[in-house]
Design a binder for this molecule. Structure first.
Ligand SMILES: [Zn+2]
Length: 346
């Protein structure tokens, strides 16, 4: 039995920092653990051009003490200026572009209404090798919330990958066995997986009472889907990598008559994933999932810095909330014990 594991510093390929006071609270938590992170652009207002991405990065950088490298994104919409987008990418101000179908999740009301309208932009992205990140849910209100990911793949994603075969596409925060299968068999398509979709399923959210802090989008699915995600994450398959989708909301906006979607899971994210890999007898694949697969997929250097985790006898006690002034966020906690702890970074 392994009691210690050393991996290269992990990458979080999908994180929401929000803006203003929230940055002070959440950026340092990602900075404590991660080397690179892809920062989502669905702030209010969304980050829709080069100038905004540049300013947002400066606001984030104020709270970085270690080596975190925030990789910025643009919020794609029908009005995106292609020259501004290409310039932002060539100047390394942005790393990728994010597609939200209109209304799919928090602050996505400015998202894309009709996919066809952005085809010329996708063509430019393909030519200029700009990665496309997708929130893959069909927002047609007739589609059941548990079927939205599958419907998006069938109706839209197939069109995008067939029309733009050289475009590098990431299907973000996948939640279903159908997504796993589709990503496996499709060239130039990768997928991020969150800690909470590996650790929880819809029963955790809905049995014996409704737990608003587990409500996220895409919504937690059945156990059989959770098991498929664990299987592929622990398999070492290079197309699948960690993106926490850590998405803080103030507690008052989660414990609400119409609570917001999003789980704040940065704290203990690596420990939780290590526990899952340990239970799947796959600790040897941990580094691939949290550090190396994403670096290979996006062609960024492997971290030379290391993170050490040790097995502990007494399970870690999860801190309940993160508080700064009037701001309070609930910290994600799985329904199992975690016997791994980050012991040092070096
Ligand atoms: Zn997200």
């Amino acid at each position: 039995m392994k009691n210690k594991i050393i991996i290269s510093n992990p990458n979080d390929m999908h994180v929401h920092f929000r803006d203003n006071e929230m940055l002070k609270l959440v950026v340092p938590e990602t900075d404590k653990i991660y080397e690179n992170c892809i920062v989502m652009p669905n702030t209010v207002p969304p980050i829709t051009n080069r100038e905004m991405a540049k300013d947002y990065k400066l606001r984030i950088n104020k709270y970085i003490k270690n080596n975190l490298n925030p990789l910025m994104t643009l919020y794609l919409n029908e009005n995106t200026d292609e020259n501004d987008m290409i310039r932002a990418f060539k100047d390394k101000i942005i790393f990728a572009v994010k597609l939200y179908p209109q209304g799919a999740t928090t602050n996505s009301d400015k998202g894309v209404k009709n996919l066809k309208n952005i085809f010329p932009l996708l063509r430019k992205m393909e030519i200029n090798k700009i990665p496309l990140l997708i929130h893959g849910e069909d927002t047609d209100e007739k589609i059941d919330i548990f079927d939205r990911e599958k419907s998006f793949i069938d109706k839209y994603l197939t069109k995008i990958v067939n029309k733009f075969p050289k475009l590098k596409v990431t299907l973000e925060h996948i939640t279903t066995s159908e997504a796993v299968q589709y990503v496996k068999e499709t060239t130039n398509l990768g997928a991020s997986i969150t800690p909470h979709h590996l650790a929880s399923n819809r029963n955790d959210m809905l049995v014996s009472g409704i737990r608003p802090h587990l409500y996220c989008l895409p919504i937690l699915k059945r156990r059989k889907h959770q098991e498929e995600l664990i299987k592929v994450a622990t398999s070492g398959n290079e197309k699948f990598f960690l993106g926490t989708d850590s998405a803080p909301h103030e507690i008052k906006h989660k414990e609400n008559i119409c609570g917001c979607a999003g789980v704040f899971n940065t704290i203990n994210s690596i420990e939780i994933i290590t526990q899952i890999f340990d239970e799947a007898n796959s600790l040897s694949q941990l580094e691939n999932f949290v550090s190396k697969n994403s670096a290979s997929f996006y062609k960024i250097p492997f971290s030379k810095k290391k993170l050490e985790l040790i097995r502990i006898d007494k399970p870690i006690s999860f801190q309940d909330e993160l508080i700064e002034g009037d701001l309070k966020i609930k910290i994600y906690k799985p329904n199992f014990e975690v016997n791994w702890k980050v012991s040092r970074r070096f």
